[in-house]
Design a protein around this ligand. Sequence first.
Ligand code: RNT
Ligand code: ZN
Length: 412
Amino acid sequence: MTYESAKAVFADWGVDTEVALDRLATIPISMHCWQGDDVVGFETRSGTSGGGIQATGNHPGRARTADELRADLEFAYGQIPGKHRLNLHAIYLDTDETPDRDEIEYRHFAPWVDWAKDQGVGLDFNPTFFAHEKADDNLTLSHPDKGIRDFWIEHGRRTREIAAKMGEELGSSAVNNIWVPDGYKDIPVDRMAARTRLEASLDAMCDSEQDPEHMVDAVESKLFGIGVEACTVGSHEFYLGYAIRKGTLLCLDMGHFHPTENIADKLSAVALSLDEILLHVSRPMRWDSDHVILLNDDIQAMANELVFADLLDRTRIGLDFFDATISRTAAWVIGTRNMQKALLRSLLMPQSELKDAEATLDFTKRLIFTEELKDLPYGVVWQEFCERHDAPCGLALSGSLETYQASVSGRG
Ligand code: RNT
Ligand code: ZN
């Protein structure tokens, strides 16, 4: 089927494919650097993994240096239509110096900014509250020891300043997303004390005013993690309240809720109380396993909510998965393209007819429409999008991913 005939099919449903393609081109996806190297980072002084997050697998080709990671990213962006962003963690510094977490400065990340300028990608940032000896107890900002809390507060403060400078340099505001692993393996007796300490530490860490044109803060909750099964200090209720009171973004990670909870359903609910939302689009399998996202019902439901509830301009879409059993560059490309494909499908739906059916309680028509819509030729429109943005599709994509993987598989 040609694009022109697909366009006519959608026109019959009252949908203009050109409008959808133009809109899709304006939606950046923030690709997470950590899929490229299994969340290891480039610190030389510490670097034990931890915090209950785990990349499994030993597929050849892991990026070992910032240069290798940038080369992999350049390749990946070339396979993804449109202009996107890079989400860096603070352990991805690029310097010969060996600053501890409470000593990092903008200059340690400046090569990333030069590269981002060159590539035309925006940057987002994250303090790293794990993989460090001072996080070995799975307690950081809520640690009972003030010295440990202060160490992490200083780390967080510095990341906000670095993120602001990145945003200023690139002319595009960076999200600085705060996720801490803090929690207890077994049942605590004083949750209130831990949560009070976390709140005070967050306040101290975020006490300097930053221009939202340069950086914004986000907070990310979690239901539980490996090693912190009984209680997570930064739970959903904790951060929802915090974000509303302090005006930060709320980060919703799809792997951080009970598996039967519908994350898409939460968007419109929290959007009534928040200005902006950050997403960590992920695929939990039985737990927060961070599998590469598929074009499945969960992702489609998220995309539908973003489009139908008109939340695209208030939501920053970030990805959070890491699979080390497959080509890491392929993982980035497949996952990012799946997010875009889901958005495209949502943009190609006859929104007003569907909403009218619901508003008039015509649930039969709503069901007929949603099911018949599944047969429309979305793939042809997607292919057109890829062609217009010089990105390969189908077998050409497969060949390109395989060739690149072969070129990096000799890395030690
Ligand atoms: C962990 C959180 C967090 C991390 C990244 C590396 O459970 O999802 O977002 O995955 O910061
Ligand atoms: Zn996350």
